[in-house]
Design a protein around this ligand. Structure first.
Ligand SMILES: Cc1cc2nc3c(=O)[nH]c(=O)nc-3n(C[C@H](O)[C@H](O)[C@H](O)COP(=O)(O)OP(=O)(O)OC[C@H]3O[C@@H](n4cnc5c(N)ncnc54)[C@H](O)[C@@H]3O)c2cc1C
Ligand code: FES
Length: 260
């Protein structure tokens, strides 16, 4: 049974018109948090909206946990209204996260949009806990956000923007393919919008490169009980519905079936 906590907002920073991050104090009795895991955050204390919103951990600090949130609807807008010292009810850490033992020194980290936030924690964890500094490729529609913090973690970051405001003009897949062609990558660890995950998986398959995909499906219970968050997985030739919240959110790209 996952534990519920009331955590205090200890830091808050608005990054742009739609994205903000905040830190919640981390209780000493909380289990270890691994990259790719998430928490269910209650958006309000009134019981509306009822369901907790799944938000990935964007950084684990000594005494706090950072979350980075894009405002898309009522729940995330209510989270933006939280101020320092407000309490937020959370459940977690939830999910299995990245397959850390399988990560090689030729792995590449890829993030797109708000999907840069869980891979920031992945890059931090691998560098600080495992001594593994991996290159990072990040994609944005327009102006990149949270780059100051990301750059303090990773020495090698390449950027693609659709608007061309910074870095390569276009998609992350262009930079990824250049690296795949050079043979310097044997595994890609990625989080981003569905279309990007699908494109990265398909591209990597052409180069026989393994992918770990952090999937973001709509969730209800967030703890494996309701089956709202299922995605199609092919396991030993058999199609199965797996729960993103409990069996994921990270799956091997070779297992994920996008077109069902
Ligand atoms: C494992 C996991 C980790 C996530 N990590 C983060 C994170 O670190 N930061 C972050 O900002 N968001 C993250 N999300 C997405 C976040 O949970 C949703 O954006 C949020 O629940 C929307 O709530 P809302 O009440 O604001 O919007 P709603 O009113 O519920 O929805 C508004 C819009 O957002 C879309 N939406 C809702 N849920 C999702 C979803 N799960 N994925 C994509 N689109 C969605 C809806 O289709 C709708 O268009 C994550 C989702 C999952 C499943
Ligand atoms: S959200 Fe209920 S099983 Fe995943």
């Amino acid at each position: 049974m996952k534990k519920t906590y009331q955590l205090k907002v200890v830091k808050k920073e608005v990054l742009n018109d739609e994205i903000f991050k905040f830190e919640l104090d981390k209780p000493e009795d909380m289990p270890a948090i691994y990259p790719g895991q998430f928490f269910g955050l209650a958006a309000s204390r009134t019981g509306y909206p009822l369901l907790k919103r799944p938000i990935s951990v964007s950084k684990v600090l000594d005494k706090s946990i950072e979350f980075t949130v894009k405002v898309v609807g009522e729940g995330t807008r209510l989270l933006l209204d939280k101020e320092i010292n407000d309490l937020i009810e959370v459940i977690g850490p939830v999910g299995n996260g990245f397959f850390l033992n399988e990560i090689t020194d030729k792995s590449l980290i890829v993030g797109g949009g708000i999907g840069i936030s869980p891979v920031k924690e992945l890059a931090r964890y691998l560098k600080e806990e495992k001594g593994l500094k991996l290159p990072v490729v990040l994609g944005f529609r327009d102006k990149p956000f949270d780059m100051e913090d990301f750059s303090s973690i990773s020495d090698e970051i390449e950027i693609a923007t659709e608007s061309g405001i910074e870095g390569h003009k276009g998609y992350v897949t262009y930079i990824l393919e250049e690296r795949l062609k050079s043979g310097s990558v044997d595994q890609v660890l990625v989080c981003g919008p569905h279309m990007m995950l699908k494109a990265v998986k398909e591209l990597c398959e052409r180069y026989n490169v393994i992918t770990q995909l952090l999937m973001e499906e709509r969730m209800a219970c967030g703890i494996g009980a309701c089956l709202v968050c299922t995605c199609a997985i092919k396991e030993e030739g058999e199609m199965k519905n797996k729960r993103v919240c409990k069996d994921g959110p990270v799956f091997y790209g070779s297992e994920v079936v996008f077109d069902v």
